[in-house]
Design a protein around this ligand. Structure first.
Ligand SMILES: Nc1ncnc2c1ncn2[C@@H]1O[C@H](COP(=O)(O)OP(=O)(O)OP(=O)(O)O)[C@@H](O)[C@H]1O
Ligand SMILES: [Mg+2]
Length: 251
């Protein structure tokens, strides 16, 4: 021991990540570090690779090259148990993807019971605790179609958190919502962040990005062009491409 305070190791580390679909290079040498408790917000034009990056981290896409390390484990190693990794990286999509024929409670318990073989009583008790957390315990027996869009998205967030993930990935989770329902979901994400949840989220809501992000990461053509605190990247961007992107949003 040197007596020096140890630098905190990143919870997630992405190095040299490359991903193509055919000839289309979608992620081009992406590096990203996420510290425990950090909220990283991905911004960038449509097609810049935000969703693909989140999907690679959740092992929904196979990477072509590079390494993703989660809590010290190389999750791009083909020998890892992908289901186990996914239970440590909850993901929420723009379209909440709830099963309409299942109750809210069954939607939330499905993965723990089917994939992780958690007993029903245990899975339901965890799910109810999460539904309570997102303010929807009284909707446990309802069907998704009987809930508002904002409520359905909060169920999807409860589902993503039911295995107590180390990292929460959120892909434009408010962009399918009616404007008056956006606030309740953004408020919930702000609370989770205050509670120390480590998050990577993509959004086109720059006001939200400014409020919740510790780090804003601007993707352009599959590359991280600029990253830093919101006051820098959103307030005083260095790169002309970032300035151009932000000016198009406000005009
Ligand atoms: N499964 C796929 N097969 C082929 N091409 C894909 C696939 N998924 C994404 N792409 C392509 O990868 C590129 C990046 O897409 P991605 O969805 O990651 O962008 P994005 O930044 O999330 O965009 P948006 O803001 O519109 O959500 C696009 O050119 C897209 O057409
Ligand atoms: Mg996307």
């Amino acid at each position: 021991m040197t007596g020096q305070p140890a630098l905190e190791a990143p919870l997630l580390s992405v190095r040299g990540l490359r991903k193509s679909f055919g000839d289309n290079v979608v992620l081009d040498d992406v590096d990203l570090d996420v510290q425990p408790g950090e909220c990283v917000v991905l911004i960038g034009a449509s097609g810049s690779g935000k969703s693909t990056l989140l999907r690679c981290i959740n092992l929904l896409e196979q990477v072509d090259d590079g390494v993703i390390t989660l809590a010290g484990l190389d999750i791009t190693d083909p020998r890892v148990d992908a289901d186990e990794v996914r239970s440590r990286t909850g993901i929420v999509f723009q379209a909440y993807n709830l099963f309409p024929h299942l109750t809210v409670l069954d939607n939330v318990t499905l993965a723990p019971r089917r994939v992780h073989k958690v007993a029903r009583a245990e899975a339901e008790s965890r799910a109810l605790a999460m539904l309570e957390r997102v303010g929807l315990a009284e909707k446990a027996r309802a069907r998704p179609d009987d809930l508002s869009g904002g409520q359905q998205q909060r169920v999807a967030i409860a589902r993503a958190m039911v295995n107590s993930p180390q990292l929460l990935l959120l892909d434009e989770v408010t962009s399918a919502l009616d404007p008056e329902l956006v606030g309740e979901v953004l408020d919930l994400l702000g609370e989770l962040r205050e509670e120390g949840m480590t998050m990577i989220l993509s959004t086109h809501e720059m006001g939200f990005a400014r409020n919740v992000a510790d780090t804003v990461c601007f993707l352009d053509g599959g590359r991280v062009l600029e990253q830093g605190p919101p006051a820098e990247v959103l307030g005083a961007p260095r790169e002309p491409r970032t300035r151009q992107f932000l000016s198009r949003l406000v005009s």
